[in-house]
Design a protein around this ligand. Sequence first.
Ligand code: ACO
Length: 436
Amino acid sequence: MKLADYKATLSFSNNSPSMEMPVYEGNIGPDVIDIRKLYGQTGMFTYDPGFLSTASCQSAITYIDGDKGELLYRGYPIEQLATQCDFMETCHLLLYGDLPDAKKKTEFTRLVSIHTMVHEQMQFFLRGFRRDAHPMAVLTGLIGGMSAFYHDSTDITNAQHRDISAIRLIAKLPTLVAMAYKYGIGQPFMYPQNKLSYSGNFLRMMFGNPCEDYEVNPVLERALDRIFILHADHEQNASTSTVRLCGSSGTNPFAAIAAGVACLWGPAHGGANEACLNMLEEIQASGGLNKVGEFMNQVKDKNSGVRLMGFGHRVYKNYDPRAKLMQETCKEVLAELGLENDPLFKLSMALEKIALEDDYFVQRKLYPNVDFYSGIVQRAIGIPVNLFTGIFALARTVGWIAQLNEMIGDPEYKIGRPRQLFTGSVRRDVPPINQR
Ligand code: ACO
């Protein structure tokens, strides 16, 4: 961390002595005030629920400029990565800090592909779930369960264990997501085929069956690969912070990633793509384009509790760059499948147009986020709505691991332990039961 050439002074109106605090500069983005000595020197905490102004760590992985609508992985703009690289290159970049050359790319891709199979016993573990279980419930269990299957890579303090668990998680997530899907629909599991690309192999495990050859459609393969790239990391979001906090206790990497999956499930985070598609389907069922105006009035009515899912973001106060790329992919996939007139796509374009011109959204700087179009793409590919967040988890796994490993390697890392402002009862005595 680089010290800035100025300091912050905190003064109090009750005559308590003021305090000077160091300021650190990032390479880009806001400077941070180092408040670590605040409690020791003043006996006070800071109060910032939701971390609106709190940097929880230093990181060199992903940078977002929410006002510009810019997303960089290790300095590279997401637009360039999505159009010039594939997911394996992106994984290499996030994990090791740089894009691989051709030789390293082949080696890395090979390393991932030879770890795609899961322990045979995992299918029996999976069979313990109800067939109608939500895939995110299944995935949280299966990924947490990996720590029971891969004992030789559970020591988070051992760099070799961290390397192996990283590759295992990236390689096996597609297999587990596809197994969760096949189990739900009662079809046999498909073993991975390592000669296929990462996303091609996933498509085959999802939609192939043992009785027929499966031919990977290159447009869908590329679309899925792009979904994976766009979701691979997003700095200190809720699930990544969960992974870091969970890992900060020294728990094993599989347990920490399972915690991230559980967090991602929520509709305000990764669950938004599922919620967004359900929303579009509901509007369509209630009258489609004719009902858009009525729906938008509900969204703007604070008492209705209705939000325009796939819109708004804590950090982006401009167009989410991922949404633009996803809209492009959406058009390509729909054209490939002859679904150019897909009513949900038309509906989403109409909603976006109205929202971008409406004062409510303009004033609050609410723009489409990545989930606004990703659901339509996934649905067109044939992925069921309740698996959308599972696909997101698959893609985000590399980001979670990169962030977890960065934290473990940071000499300043400590167990995460936030403080609180206590507003409950002061000390009191337990009354006898007949006096309560
Ligand atoms: N529809 C309608 N109004 C909205 C929306 C929305 N989607 N999002 C925010 N607003 C309004 C809020 O009501 C609030 O209005 P107010 O100032 O009049 O009270 C204002 O915009 C600010 O919203 P907050 O909820 O305070 O913003 P916050 O940063 O806490 O929330 C969030 C961000 C959770 C993403 C929010 O925009 C939202 O719920 N969006 C819909 C869900 C969604 O798409 N999530 C995906 C996020 S991206 C991802 O995880 C990949």
